[in-house]
Design a protein. Structure first.
Length: 101
């Protein structure tokens, strides 16, 4: 199990690296002819690296909004009333018994 988890972790890191490289190359090609100058030139002192980081922050904000939408629409497996609570009768019929202390 540990080797499978490790391989999935490193595959995720590899995919993230490819996506990052693709994003940098797209930004580099897109902003090469921009009036404000290339965001990612060879000399970073002459570039607009702040715009690149604002774009990364915007992508992170879009990701958080997407997560919140998915979390809002998520329904628990035994959820019958829509608010996350499972009926006690349903729990007993599924073999789950409530123990009192």
């Amino acid at each position: 199990m540990r080797s499978i988890a490790g391989s999935l972790f490193f595959c995720g890191m590899a995919i993230g690296s490819y996506v990052s490289s693709f994003l940098v190359s797209v930004v580099h090609r897109t902003t090469a002819g921009a009036a404000s100058g290339n965001w990612l030139p060879e000399d970073l002192n002459q570039g607009r690296l702040d715009y690149f980081y604002f774009m990364i922050a915007g992508l992170g904000a879009v990701n958080v909004v997407y997560f919140l939408v998915c979390a809002k629409w998520y329904k628990y497996k035994g959820d019958t009333d829509g608010n996350g609570a499972v009926d006690a009768v349903e729990m007993r019929s599924n073999g789950v018994r409530k123990h009192h202390a």
